[in-house]
Design a protein around this ligand. Structure first.
Ligand code: ZN
Length: 447
Protein backbone atom coordinates (compact mmCIF):
# COMPACT_ATOMS: atom_id res chain seq x y z
CA UNK A 1 0.00 0.00 0.00
CA UNK A 2 2.59 2.43 -1.05
CA UNK A 3 1.34 5.92 -1.42
CA UNK A 4 1.73 7.37 -4.82
CA UNK A 5 1.57 10.85 -6.19
CA UNK A 6 0.29 11.42 -9.68
CA UNK A 7 1.15 14.52 -11.60
CA UNK A 8 -0.15 15.31 -15.05
CA UNK A 9 1.15 18.20 -17.10
CA UNK A 10 1.47 19.25 -20.70
CA UNK A 11 4.91 19.55 -22.21
CA UNK A 12 5.97 22.28 -24.64
CA UNK A 13 4.33 20.50 -27.55
CA UNK A 14 1.06 20.31 -25.68
CA UNK A 15 1.32 16.57 -25.07
CA UNK A 16 0.04 15.27 -21.81
CA UNK A 17 2.73 13.68 -19.66
CA UNK A 18 1.71 11.72 -16.60
CA UNK A 19 4.24 11.11 -13.89
CA UNK A 20 3.65 8.61 -11.13
CA UNK A 21 5.86 8.95 -8.13
CA UNK A 22 6.09 6.69 -5.09
CA UNK A 23 5.79 8.92 -2.05
CA UNK A 24 7.54 6.35 0.05
CA UNK A 25 10.32 4.85 -2.05
CA UNK A 26 12.92 2.55 -0.46
CA UNK A 27 15.81 4.52 0.98
CA UNK A 28 18.98 4.37 -1.07
CA UNK A 29 22.28 3.35 0.53
CA UNK A 30 23.38 6.93 0.22
CA UNK A 31 20.29 8.25 2.01
CA UNK A 32 20.85 5.78 4.84
CA UNK A 33 24.52 6.76 5.02
CA UNK A 34 23.61 10.44 5.24
CA UNK A 35 20.92 9.70 7.81
CA UNK A 36 23.34 7.77 10.01
CA UNK A 37 25.63 10.77 10.07
CA UNK A 38 22.80 13.14 10.89
CA UNK A 39 21.50 10.85 13.65
CA UNK A 40 25.00 10.67 15.16
CA UNK A 41 25.13 14.47 15.19
CA UNK A 42 21.69 14.59 16.79
CA UNK A 43 22.71 12.18 19.50
CA UNK A 44 25.75 14.25 20.30
CA UNK A 45 23.72 17.46 20.37
CA UNK A 46 21.12 15.91 22.67
CA UNK A 47 23.82 14.71 25.04
CA UNK A 48 25.27 18.20 25.26
CA UNK A 49 21.95 19.99 25.67
CA UNK A 50 20.22 17.37 27.81
CA UNK A 51 23.10 15.46 29.44
CA UNK A 52 20.77 13.35 31.58
CA UNK A 53 19.41 11.74 28.42
CA UNK A 54 22.85 10.43 27.41
CA UNK A 55 22.43 6.91 28.73
CA UNK A 56 19.12 6.18 27.09
CA UNK A 57 20.12 7.79 23.81
CA UNK A 58 23.24 5.65 23.63
CA UNK A 59 21.46 2.47 24.68
CA UNK A 60 18.73 2.48 22.06
CA UNK A 61 19.32 0.26 19.04
CA UNK A 62 18.87 1.85 15.62
CA UNK A 63 17.14 0.44 12.59
CA UNK A 64 16.73 2.02 9.19
CA UNK A 65 13.56 0.68 7.67
CA UNK A 66 11.54 1.31 4.54
CA UNK A 67 8.48 -0.23 6.12
CA UNK A 68 8.01 2.62 8.56
CA UNK A 69 6.46 5.89 7.48
CA UNK A 70 8.53 8.08 9.74
CA UNK A 71 9.83 6.90 13.08
CA UNK A 72 8.87 4.50 15.85
CA UNK A 73 10.12 2.45 18.76
CA UNK A 74 9.52 -1.14 19.75
CA UNK A 75 9.13 -2.60 23.21
CA UNK A 76 12.80 -3.59 23.17
CA UNK A 77 13.89 0.01 22.89
CA UNK A 78 14.92 -0.14 19.24
CA UNK A 79 14.49 3.01 17.25
CA UNK A 80 13.15 2.63 13.68
CA UNK A 81 13.70 5.38 11.17
CA UNK A 82 12.78 6.02 7.57
CA UNK A 83 15.95 7.70 6.30
CA UNK A 84 14.50 9.96 3.54
CA UNK A 85 12.03 11.49 5.99
CA UNK A 86 14.65 11.95 8.71
CA UNK A 87 16.93 13.63 6.17
CA UNK A 88 14.19 16.08 5.24
CA UNK A 89 13.99 17.46 8.80
CA UNK A 90 15.94 20.29 10.38
CA UNK A 91 18.60 19.43 12.98
CA UNK A 92 16.34 20.46 15.81
CA UNK A 93 13.41 18.47 14.47
CA UNK A 94 15.58 15.38 14.17
CA UNK A 95 16.69 15.84 17.76
CA UNK A 96 13.02 16.08 18.74
CA UNK A 97 12.16 12.78 17.03
CA UNK A 98 14.97 10.88 18.73
CA UNK A 99 14.13 12.34 22.13
CA UNK A 100 10.45 11.70 21.53
CA UNK A 101 10.96 7.98 20.94
CA UNK A 102 13.35 7.73 23.90
CA UNK A 103 10.71 9.31 26.10
CA UNK A 104 8.18 6.65 25.21
CA UNK A 105 10.60 4.22 26.83
CA UNK A 106 11.40 6.43 29.78
CA UNK A 107 7.73 6.98 30.50
CA UNK A 108 7.06 3.21 30.42
CA UNK A 109 4.29 3.63 27.91
CA UNK A 110 4.25 -0.07 27.02
CA UNK A 111 3.74 -1.13 30.62
CA UNK A 112 1.38 1.67 31.51
CA UNK A 113 -0.85 1.08 28.51
CA UNK A 114 -1.06 -2.59 29.47
CA UNK A 115 -1.81 -1.70 33.09
CA UNK A 116 -5.02 0.06 32.15
CA UNK A 117 -5.84 -2.22 29.26
CA UNK A 118 -5.71 0.85 27.08
CA UNK A 119 -6.92 1.15 23.53
CA UNK A 120 -3.55 1.29 21.74
CA UNK A 121 -4.12 4.10 19.36
CA UNK A 122 -5.73 6.38 21.88
CA UNK A 123 -3.00 5.65 24.40
CA UNK A 124 -0.35 6.47 21.83
CA UNK A 125 -2.03 9.81 21.18
CA UNK A 126 -2.14 10.52 24.91
CA UNK A 127 1.55 9.62 25.22
CA UNK A 128 2.47 11.86 22.30
CA UNK A 129 0.62 14.80 23.85
CA UNK A 130 2.47 14.29 27.12
CA UNK A 131 5.88 13.93 25.47
CA UNK A 132 5.59 16.72 22.94
CA UNK A 133 4.35 19.25 25.42
CA UNK A 134 7.32 18.53 27.71
CA UNK A 135 9.76 18.75 24.81
CA UNK A 136 8.27 22.02 23.63
CA UNK A 137 8.41 23.46 27.16
CA UNK A 138 12.14 22.77 26.97
CA UNK A 139 12.66 24.69 23.80
CA UNK A 140 12.76 21.76 21.41
CA UNK A 141 11.10 22.57 18.09
CA UNK A 142 8.61 20.05 16.85
CA UNK A 143 8.36 18.72 13.30
CA UNK A 144 5.34 19.75 11.29
CA UNK A 145 2.22 17.85 12.23
CA UNK A 146 3.48 16.86 15.68
CA UNK A 147 0.68 15.96 18.06
CA UNK A 148 0.31 18.71 20.61
CA UNK A 149 -2.45 18.87 23.23
CA UNK A 150 -4.01 22.08 21.90
CA UNK A 151 -5.04 20.20 18.74
CA UNK A 152 -7.66 18.55 20.89
CA UNK A 153 -8.22 21.62 23.04
CA UNK A 154 -6.36 20.08 26.00
CA UNK A 155 -4.09 21.87 28.49
CA UNK A 156 -0.32 21.59 28.37
CA UNK A 157 1.97 19.39 30.46
CA UNK A 158 -0.40 16.74 31.75
CA UNK A 159 0.43 13.11 32.33
CA UNK A 160 -0.28 10.44 29.74
CA UNK A 161 -3.10 9.00 31.86
CA UNK A 162 -4.71 12.42 32.20
CA UNK A 163 -4.66 12.89 28.43
CA UNK A 164 -5.99 9.39 27.98
CA UNK A 165 -8.92 10.15 30.28
CA UNK A 166 -9.59 13.40 28.39
CA UNK A 167 -9.54 11.57 25.06
CA UNK A 168 -11.91 8.92 26.37
CA UNK A 169 -14.27 11.63 27.51
CA UNK A 170 -14.04 13.35 24.15
CA UNK A 171 -14.74 10.19 22.18
CA UNK A 172 -17.68 9.46 24.48
CA UNK A 173 -19.11 12.94 23.93
CA UNK A 174 -18.70 12.80 20.18
CA UNK A 175 -20.28 9.39 19.92
CA UNK A 176 -23.74 10.64 20.78
CA UNK A 177 -23.01 14.16 19.70
CA UNK A 178 -25.29 16.32 17.62
CA UNK A 179 -22.47 17.66 15.53
CA UNK A 180 -22.21 20.72 17.70
CA UNK A 181 -19.62 19.17 20.00
CA UNK A 182 -16.03 20.12 20.33
CA UNK A 183 -14.89 20.71 16.77
CA UNK A 184 -11.26 20.15 17.55
CA UNK A 185 -12.26 16.96 19.30
CA UNK A 186 -14.16 15.70 16.30
CA UNK A 187 -11.19 16.36 14.08
CA UNK A 188 -8.94 14.44 16.42
CA UNK A 189 -11.31 11.52 16.46
CA UNK A 190 -11.51 11.43 12.69
CA UNK A 191 -7.78 11.45 12.64
CA UNK A 192 -7.60 8.57 15.05
CA UNK A 193 -10.10 6.57 13.09
CA UNK A 194 -8.56 7.48 9.79
CA UNK A 195 -5.21 6.35 11.00
CA UNK A 196 -6.29 2.97 12.16
CA UNK A 197 -5.83 1.57 8.68
CA UNK A 198 -2.54 3.10 7.87
CA UNK A 199 -0.54 2.99 11.04
CA UNK A 200 1.36 -0.18 10.38
CA UNK A 201 4.10 2.04 9.16
CA UNK A 202 4.35 3.87 12.44
CA UNK A 203 4.18 7.55 12.86
CA UNK A 204 5.41 9.85 15.57
CA UNK A 205 2.03 11.49 15.28
CA UNK A 206 -0.11 8.43 15.41
CA UNK A 207 0.85 4.98 16.43
CA UNK A 208 4.53 4.65 16.91
CA UNK A 209 4.86 1.05 17.89
CA UNK A 210 4.91 -1.39 20.77
CA UNK A 211 7.42 0.72 22.68
CA UNK A 212 4.98 3.61 22.72
CA UNK A 213 1.99 1.78 24.15
CA UNK A 214 0.80 1.51 20.56
CA UNK A 215 0.13 -1.45 18.40
CA UNK A 216 3.03 -3.60 17.27
CA UNK A 217 4.10 -2.16 13.91
CA UNK A 218 4.67 -4.33 10.85
CA UNK A 219 8.06 -2.76 10.76
CA UNK A 220 9.13 -4.21 14.09
CA UNK A 221 11.97 -6.68 13.88
CA UNK A 222 11.47 -10.22 15.11
CA UNK A 223 14.92 -11.09 16.41
CA UNK A 224 16.39 -9.90 19.66
CA UNK A 225 19.49 -8.16 18.30
CA UNK A 226 20.14 -4.95 20.27
CA UNK A 227 17.04 -5.63 22.36
CA UNK A 228 16.87 -3.97 25.77
CA UNK A 229 15.33 -6.27 28.38
CA UNK A 230 12.64 -4.89 30.70
CA UNK A 231 15.20 -4.86 33.53
CA UNK A 232 17.71 -2.90 31.44
CA UNK A 233 15.02 -0.42 30.49
CA UNK A 234 14.07 -0.03 34.12
CA UNK A 235 17.71 0.60 35.04
CA UNK A 236 17.95 3.24 32.32
CA UNK A 237 14.89 4.97 33.72
CA UNK A 238 16.34 5.07 37.20
CA UNK A 239 19.70 6.35 36.00
CA UNK A 240 18.03 9.00 33.86
CA UNK A 241 15.70 10.18 36.61
CA UNK A 242 18.60 10.39 39.04
CA UNK A 243 20.69 12.37 36.55
CA UNK A 244 17.76 14.70 35.95
CA UNK A 245 17.28 15.36 39.64
CA UNK A 246 20.94 16.25 40.02
CA UNK A 247 20.89 18.42 36.94
CA UNK A 248 17.87 20.37 38.13
CA UNK A 249 19.41 20.73 41.60
CA UNK A 250 22.56 22.23 40.10
CA UNK A 251 20.41 24.68 38.16
CA UNK A 252 18.22 25.64 41.09
CA UNK A 253 15.04 24.78 39.28
CA UNK A 254 13.79 22.25 36.81
CA UNK A 255 12.61 23.52 33.45
CA UNK A 256 9.00 23.01 32.44
CA UNK A 257 7.67 19.54 32.75
CA UNK A 258 10.81 17.80 33.97
CA UNK A 259 9.65 17.48 37.55
CA UNK A 260 6.48 15.79 36.52
CA UNK A 261 8.51 13.63 34.22
CA UNK A 262 10.81 12.53 37.03
CA UNK A 263 7.80 11.71 39.20
CA UNK A 264 6.34 9.87 36.30
CA UNK A 265 9.46 7.81 35.84
CA UNK A 266 10.08 7.01 39.47
CA UNK A 267 6.50 6.67 40.57
CA UNK A 268 4.08 3.88 39.81
CA UNK A 269 1.39 4.53 37.20
CA UNK A 270 -1.14 6.85 38.77
CA UNK A 271 -4.40 5.25 37.82
CA UNK A 272 -6.95 4.86 40.53
CA UNK A 273 -7.75 1.24 41.29
CA UNK A 274 -11.49 1.80 40.94
CA UNK A 275 -11.08 3.18 37.41
CA UNK A 276 -8.89 0.25 36.51
CA UNK A 277 -11.39 -2.22 37.90
CA UNK A 278 -14.09 -0.68 35.78
CA UNK A 279 -11.96 -0.71 32.64
CA UNK A 280 -10.78 -4.26 33.05
CA UNK A 281 -14.29 -5.59 33.71
CA UNK A 282 -15.72 -3.55 30.85
CA UNK A 283 -13.07 -4.89 28.47
CA UNK A 284 -13.78 -8.48 29.54
CA UNK A 285 -17.53 -7.99 29.07
CA UNK A 286 -17.00 -6.50 25.63
CA UNK A 287 -14.82 -9.41 24.64
CA UNK A 288 -17.37 -11.99 25.80
CA UNK A 289 -20.25 -10.19 24.09
CA UNK A 290 -18.16 -10.06 20.93
CA UNK A 291 -18.09 -13.85 20.83
CA UNK A 292 -21.60 -13.74 19.40
CA UNK A 293 -20.05 -13.25 16.00
CA UNK A 294 -18.35 -16.60 16.25
CA UNK A 295 -21.71 -18.13 17.02
CA UNK A 296 -22.93 -16.90 13.69
CA UNK A 297 -20.68 -19.36 11.97
CA UNK A 298 -21.73 -22.29 14.06
CA UNK A 299 -24.84 -24.15 13.02
CA UNK A 300 -27.90 -23.09 14.97
CA UNK A 301 -30.00 -25.57 16.84
CA UNK A 302 -32.72 -25.57 14.23
CA UNK A 303 -30.32 -26.29 11.47
CA UNK A 304 -31.82 -27.11 8.10
CA UNK A 305 -29.63 -29.64 6.32
CA UNK A 306 -27.43 -27.88 3.85
CA UNK A 307 -28.01 -24.45 5.37
CA UNK A 308 -26.19 -22.61 8.08
CA UNK A 309 -28.58 -20.70 10.27
CA UNK A 310 -27.07 -18.21 12.59
CA UNK A 311 -27.45 -18.97 16.27
CA UNK A 312 -30.12 -16.60 17.44
CA UNK A 313 -29.01 -16.02 20.98
CA UNK A 314 -26.21 -13.70 21.86
CA UNK A 315 -23.96 -14.57 24.74
CA UNK A 316 -24.96 -13.07 28.04
CA UNK A 317 -21.70 -12.74 29.94
CA UNK A 318 -21.69 -14.84 33.07
CA UNK A 319 -19.65 -13.18 35.76
CA UNK A 320 -18.79 -14.63 39.13
CA UNK A 321 -17.70 -12.57 42.13
CA UNK A 322 -15.83 -14.67 44.65
CA UNK A 323 -14.93 -13.39 48.07
CA UNK A 324 -12.07 -14.72 50.13
CA UNK A 325 -13.78 -14.43 53.46
CA UNK A 326 -11.06 -15.98 55.55
CA UNK A 327 -10.30 -14.70 59.02
CA UNK A 328 -7.64 -12.33 57.78
CA UNK A 329 -10.12 -10.45 55.60
CA UNK A 330 -12.07 -8.69 58.31
CA UNK A 331 -15.69 -7.66 58.11
CA UNK A 332 -17.39 -6.51 54.99
CA UNK A 333 -18.01 -3.01 56.23
CA UNK A 334 -17.93 0.04 53.98
CA UNK A 335 -14.65 1.33 55.37
CA UNK A 336 -12.82 -1.91 54.93
CA UNK A 337 -11.03 -2.24 51.56
CA UNK A 338 -13.18 -5.27 50.79
CA UNK A 339 -16.31 -3.23 51.39
CA UNK A 340 -15.01 -0.50 49.09
CA UNK A 341 -14.09 -3.03 46.43
CA UNK A 342 -17.54 -4.64 46.57
CA UNK A 343 -19.22 -1.24 46.29
CA UNK A 344 -17.14 -0.50 43.19
CA UNK A 345 -18.00 -3.88 41.73
CA UNK A 346 -21.70 -3.17 42.29
CA UNK A 347 -21.20 0.13 40.48
CA UNK A 348 -19.72 -1.72 37.53
CA UNK A 349 -22.67 -4.16 37.45
CA UNK A 350 -25.07 -1.21 37.33
CA UNK A 351 -23.14 0.82 34.79
CA UNK A 352 -22.69 -2.15 32.50
CA UNK A 353 -26.35 -3.00 32.95
CA UNK A 354 -25.80 -6.66 33.78
CA UNK A 355 -29.02 -8.60 34.47
CA UNK A 356 -27.31 -10.55 37.27
CA UNK A 357 -24.03 -11.98 38.53
CA UNK A 358 -23.02 -14.95 40.63
CA UNK A 359 -21.81 -14.11 44.09
CA UNK A 360 -20.43 -16.09 46.99
CA UNK A 361 -17.72 -16.62 49.57
CA UNK A 362 -15.11 -19.22 48.78
CA UNK A 363 -15.38 -22.01 51.30
CA UNK A 364 -13.18 -24.92 52.20
CA UNK A 365 -15.78 -27.15 50.56
CA UNK A 366 -15.81 -27.22 46.74
CA UNK A 367 -19.59 -26.73 46.52
CA UNK A 368 -19.86 -23.50 48.43
CA UNK A 369 -23.01 -21.48 48.01
CA UNK A 370 -23.28 -19.05 45.10
CA UNK A 371 -26.30 -16.83 44.67
CA UNK A 372 -27.52 -15.12 41.53
CA UNK A 373 -28.19 -11.47 42.19
CA UNK A 374 -28.35 -7.98 40.76
CA UNK A 375 -27.24 -6.37 43.96
CA UNK A 376 -24.32 -7.98 45.74
CA UNK A 377 -24.46 -5.38 48.50
CA UNK A 378 -27.84 -6.71 49.60
CA UNK A 379 -26.58 -10.26 49.86
CA UNK A 380 -25.09 -11.59 53.05
CA UNK A 381 -22.03 -13.70 52.49
CA UNK A 382 -22.69 -17.22 53.68
CA UNK A 383 -19.98 -19.63 54.62
CA UNK A 384 -16.43 -18.64 54.01
CA UNK A 385 -13.34 -19.54 55.89
CA UNK A 386 -11.60 -21.03 52.89
CA UNK A 387 -7.94 -20.32 52.36
CA UNK A 388 -7.49 -21.96 48.99
CA UNK A 389 -8.75 -19.63 46.29
CA UNK A 390 -8.03 -22.14 43.55
CA UNK A 391 -11.51 -23.42 44.42
CA UNK A 392 -12.95 -20.22 42.94
CA UNK A 393 -11.53 -21.07 39.52
CA UNK A 394 -12.61 -24.68 39.86
CA UNK A 395 -16.14 -23.54 40.64
CA UNK A 396 -16.14 -20.96 37.84
CA UNK A 397 -15.15 -23.63 35.34
CA UNK A 398 -17.86 -25.98 36.55
CA UNK A 399 -20.43 -23.21 36.24
CA UNK A 400 -19.20 -22.18 32.79
CA UNK A 401 -18.50 -18.61 33.85
CA UNK A 402 -16.77 -16.22 31.45
CA UNK A 403 -15.44 -13.75 33.97
CA UNK A 404 -14.12 -14.34 37.45
CA UNK A 405 -13.48 -11.60 39.97
CA UNK A 406 -11.78 -12.68 43.15
CA UNK A 407 -11.57 -10.42 46.17
CA UNK A 408 -8.73 -11.61 48.36
CA UNK A 409 -5.93 -10.52 50.67
CA UNK A 410 -3.60 -12.52 48.43
CA UNK A 411 -2.64 -15.21 50.94
CA UNK A 412 -3.61 -18.26 48.96
CA UNK A 413 -2.17 -20.79 46.52
CA UNK A 414 -2.88 -19.89 42.87
CA UNK A 415 -3.88 -22.06 39.91
CA UNK A 416 -0.89 -23.21 37.93
CA UNK A 417 -2.45 -23.07 34.50
CA UNK A 418 -4.53 -20.43 32.82
CA UNK A 419 -8.09 -21.78 32.79
CA UNK A 420 -9.03 -19.48 29.91
CA UNK A 421 -11.48 -17.41 31.95
CA UNK A 422 -11.13 -13.63 32.25
CA UNK A 423 -9.62 -13.47 35.73
CA UNK A 424 -9.47 -10.34 37.82
CA UNK A 425 -7.88 -10.46 41.24
CA UNK A 426 -8.73 -7.60 43.56
CA UNK A 427 -6.22 -7.43 46.40
CA UNK A 428 -7.81 -5.93 49.49
CA UNK A 429 -4.78 -5.86 51.76
CA UNK A 430 -3.31 -2.79 50.08
CA UNK A 431 -0.07 -4.51 49.08
CA UNK A 432 0.98 -6.03 45.86
CA UNK A 433 0.75 -9.79 46.03
CA UNK A 434 3.67 -11.48 44.35
CA UNK A 435 2.08 -14.82 43.61
CA UNK A 436 -0.76 -13.65 41.38
CA UNK A 437 -0.39 -15.43 38.01
CA UNK A 438 0.37 -13.11 35.14
CA UNK A 439 -2.76 -14.13 33.24
CA UNK A 440 -4.80 -12.42 35.95
CA UNK A 441 -5.40 -8.69 36.14
CA UNK A 442 -4.23 -7.64 39.56
CA UNK A 443 -5.95 -4.65 41.11
CA UNK A 444 -4.80 -3.33 44.46
CA UNK A 445 -7.37 -1.47 46.53
CA UNK A 446 -5.78 1.68 47.89
CA UNK A 447 -7.05 5.01 49.07
ZN1 ZN B 1 5.08 8.92 19.84
Amino acid sequence: MDEIEIEAKRDEDGKLAVQVRDKHPPATDEEIFICKGKVAESRLRIRIMFPYLSQIILAMGQRYSDKIERAGVDKYGRLYLYAPWMNSLTDSERDAIIMHEAMHLLLMHTERAAAINAEHEMYNYAGDFAINSILRANGVSMPEGALLPELAGFPDLRSTEEYYALLEEMVEKNKDGDGKGNKKGKGMQDRMEGQSNSNERGDPNGDDGSGAGGREGQWEEEGMADALSPAEQQELRQVTAQAMREYSKSRGSAPGGWERWIDDILGPPKVRWDKRLFRVVAAALTEVKGRTHINWKRPGRRQIPGFMLPAKHSIIPQMGLFVDNSGSMGDVNPDHPLGKALREAQGVIEQMNLPSVWYGAVDATPNFEMVQTRNILKEKLVGGGGTDMRLAWQRAEEMGLHILILFTDGYTPWPETDPGIHSIVVITSGDESTGVPDWCHQIIVKD
